[in-house]
Ligand binder design. Structure first.
Ligand SMILES: [Zn+2]
Length: 188
């Protein structure tokens, strides 16, 4: 078992620790919660579960396939702590969206996205190779706008994944997709 202090660990924004803390910070206290994250150690691909201690100070994670596990402390009030963002602005989730695990990975890497949208992404419900997001119309509209703002910048790996999610968001909301093609340099 590993013990890691979040603030004392060199943690690039794309790191697994960042993802674990974001999911853990919005998980219920003292309840093992299956996250949308898969174990990437030795291509294990098991599901990662997270449990916040009853005090909420530490969180533990565990893979349900290879059974590796660890503890994370000092995550409170870091940029990965989403616990302060209120869920759905107190509105019940009215929409849901099913994305692939790869699409979910691309969503987790979005930069121009509100804390509330990050929370919706990190609270996604995993099932086999899919993750279901639950949110209000407002949050899915925000998510669509965030994707449109960033899809130009993300490179050839994430671009098709985010474009696919964007089309699904528009389909779910019944809106017409905005422009996704790259803007020629002369127009910028
Ligand atoms: Zn594993």
């Amino acid at each position: 078992m590993t013990r890691q202090s979040f603030v004392r660990t060199v943690c690039p924004p794309e790191g697994r620790l960042h993802d674990l803390v974001r999911s853990g910070s919005v998980a219920p206290l003292a309840t093992p919660t299956r996250t949308p994250l898969v174990c990437d150690i030795d291509r294990c691909n098991g599901d990662l579960w997270i449990t916040r201690t009853r005090s909420g100070v530490e969180m533990s994670w565990q893979c349900d396939r290879c059974h590796r596990r660890g503890w994370i402390s000092d995550w409170r009030q870091t940029s990965s702590d989403l616990s302060a963002f209120r869920s759905e602005r107190d509105l019940p989730p009215s929409h849901s969206l099913v994305v692939t695990r790869r699409e979910h990975w691309a969503l987790r890497r979005l930069c121009f996205v509100s804390g509330e949208c990050q929370k919706m992404i990190c609270q996604g419900t995993p099932a086999c190779s899919r993750v279901t997001l639950h949110g209000s119309k407002t949050h899915f509209e925000e998510l669509g706008e965030s994707i449109l703002a960033e899809v130009w910048l993300v490179g050839p790996i994430r671009e098709p994944l985010l474009s696919s999610v964007y089309r699904k968001v528009c389909e779910e909301l019944g809106t017409t997709p905005g422009r996704l093609q790259h803007i020629p340099t002369a127009e910028i």
